[in-house]
Design a protein around this ligand. Structure first.
Ligand code: APR
Length: 269
C-alpha cells in the first residue's frame, strides 16, 4: 500500500500528521464533487451503474444544443433531478464540512455540485462552479426565474416538461447549471482559483478529478506548496498528487477527520 494511502473507518484511523496539518492550517479550501452527495441518495455522474452518465446521454441532456433541440426533454430531466435533490437530506460529510469551518482559521468551500446540500448543512458561503439547480434563468435575456416550489412533484425521468416562459421577453427558462461546452461563471471561477492559490491545505472530496477546468484546482494548490488531502472510496488521477489519500465514503471519513481534529484541539499542551 503506498505510504500516502489510508483506509479510514473511524477517528483513530486518521493519521496524526494529517490532524497536525489541519490544526496548523492558515487557510483551508474544501473542494467537493458528486461523491459527497452520494450517501444522500443523489447519483454521481460516472461511477457505478446507477450513475447519471451511465443511465442518460449527456450530449442529449446537458448541452445548450440539446436544450435548443428539445427544451421539454431537458427541462423535464432537470426537474426530475431537482425533485430528487429536494427530497434528499445533507449527510454526515456535508455536516462535518460545515462544522470544520469552525475548527480551522479560514475555510473556503468550492463545489462542482448543483445541489444545495452544503447550504442546508449550514455552510453559508459556497462557491458553485457548475451553477445551481435552484437558480433558473431566461435562456434569451438572462432574467432570473423563481421556481414556484422548492421541491417539484417527481416527474418520470424521461417525461418531457415544457419549460416556463420568461416574464420579460417570453424566452424559455433554462436550468441554472453549467452545461458541457459552456464557460464557468467568471466571478466564481476567479474566486476559486484565488482560494486554491492562497490556501495551505486543500481537501478534495468525492470527485473523479476528470472534468476541467474545475479539476485543475487541487493541482494549482499543490503547485504553490499547499498540502492536498483526497477523500474517495476509489482511485482517481489525484492519487499520486495528494499528500493524504483517505480511502472511504465521505460520510464516514469526514466526521472521522473532524473528530480527530477536535480531539487534538482538546488535548492539553
Ligand atoms: N464518498 C466519497 N466519494 C464518493 C462516494 C462517497 N460516498 N461515492 C462515490 N464517490 C466518488 C467516486 O469514486 C468518484 O470518484 O465520487 C466521484 C464522483 O465522480 P463523478 O461522478 O465524475 O462526479 P464529479 O467529479 O463531481 O463530476 C464533475 O462532471 O458531469 C459533470 O458537471 C458535472 O459537476 C460534474 C462534473
Amino acid at each position: 500500500m503506498s505510504d500516502n494511502l489510508f483506509s479510514i473507518r473511524s477517528a483513530t484511523d486518521v493519521p496524526a500528521a494529517l490532524t497536525h496539518v489541519l490544526a496548523g492550517a492558515r487557510h483551508v479550501v474544501v473542494f467537493t464533487g458528486a461523491g459527497i452527495s452520494a450517501e444522500s441518495g443523489i447519483p454521481t455522474f460516472r461511477d457505478g451503474k446507477g450513475s447519471l452518465w451511465k443511465q442518460f446521454d449527456a450530449k442529449t441532456l446537458a448541452t445548450p444544443e440539446a436544450f435548443r433541440e428539445n427544451p421539454a426533454m431537458v427541462w423535464g430531466w432537470y426537474e426530475y433531478r431537482r425533485a430528487a435533490i429536494g427530497q434528499a437530506q445533507p449527510n454526515g460529510a456535508h455536516l462535518a464540512v460545515a462544522q470544520l469551518a469552525r475548527h480551522v482559521a479560514k475555510l473556503d468551500l468550492i463545489t462542482q455540485n448543483v445541489d444545495d446540500l452544503h447550504e442546508r448543512a449550514g455552510s453559508p458561503d459556497v462557491t458553485h462552479l457548475h451553477g445551481r439547480l435552484d437558480r433558473a434563468r431566461c435562456q434569451d435575456c438572462g432574467l432570473g426565474w423563481e421556481h414556484a416550489c422548492t421541491t417539484p412533484d417527481m416527474p418520470r425521468d424521461d417525461a418531457p416538461v415544457p419549460p416556463p416562459r420568461c416574464t420579460r421577453c417570453g424566452g424559455p427558462i433554462r436550468p441554472g447549471v453549467v452545461w458541457f461546452g459552456e464557460a464557468l461563471p467568471q466571478h466564481d471561477w476567479l474566486r476559486a482559483m484565488q482560494a486554491a492559490e492562497q490556501c495551505d491545505v486543500l481537501i478534495s472530496i468525492g470527485t473523479s478529478s476528470m472534468v476541467y477546468p474545475a479539476a485543475e484546482l487541487p493541482h494549482r494548490a499543490r503547485t504553490q506548496g499547499a498540502r492536498v488531502i483526497q477523500v474517495n472510496p476509489a482511485p482517481t488521477p489525484m492519487d499520486a498528487v495528494c499528500d493524504f489519500n483517505l480511502r472511504g465514503d465521505a460520510g464516514v471519513v469526514m466526521p472521522a477527520v473532524l473528530a480527530a481534529l477536535q480531539a487534538r484541539q482538546r488535548a492539553p499542551g
